[in-house]
Design a protein around this ligand. Sequence first.
Ligand SMILES: [Zn+2]
Length: 257
Amino acid sequence: MSLPIYEIYAVKYAGPFLRPMAKVLWNTGWEKEIEINYYLWAIKGNNEILIADCGVAPTLAQQMQLQGYINPVHVLARIGIEASRVQRVVITHIHFDHANGTELFPNATFYLQEKEFNFWIKDPVAKKPPFQMLSDTIGNARLSKLEGLEKLVLINGDQGILPGIDLLFAPGHTPGLQVVAVNTAKGTAILGSDCGHIFRNYEEEIPSCFIVDMVAWMKTYDKLKSKVSSLDLLFPGHDMKMLTDFPKVAEDITRLV
Ligand SMILES: [Zn+2]
């Protein structure tokens, strides 16, 4: 039986932000700067809609004065996706820009790696400054309340969640980051989230500066490259090109594949 084919959409909800290049491309280009965006992603096909990451909810966006912020609910509506009706949301990792907005999807089941959940929600080390800088207390408290409920599915390692959609354990950037491997018309594509901030991270095998385990991260690169059908189908978490170099289907939304 052949697998269903899905399309993947990049949904920009904030940015652009100017960042030092050395932050995005570890230890490289100290004198340079680069622009990035904040995204979530929609996967559509086989009568299913799956969202990867949930962005930032308005309260935190306002508190942080996020430049160019639009409530992800309003951006998704531009392609006819009603956030309140979404049933499945994959959270790639528990950094604020990917995991704060669970409240925007009140009827969804959330898929998270157990290791990621246990670290950010339970490990006292996650309270130390380098981790707190990328974490948000309110979003994490919301996640923590889901423990034990059917709305939270904790995954251990690689697991299929729908025909043609697999979650892959991909540590390095965080202890339990997961990526989404998707069967598309061009073969297997991978939504890599912050395994790479930009395409160059994968091309040059240099990660961003936000590292919890460099050895694991390099092994993750090998793993993802062995699973993806071609390198251009391995999508990063923050590259401007996802908005500028792919067919635009609505304001702030492009079709990656
Ligand atoms: Zn990120």
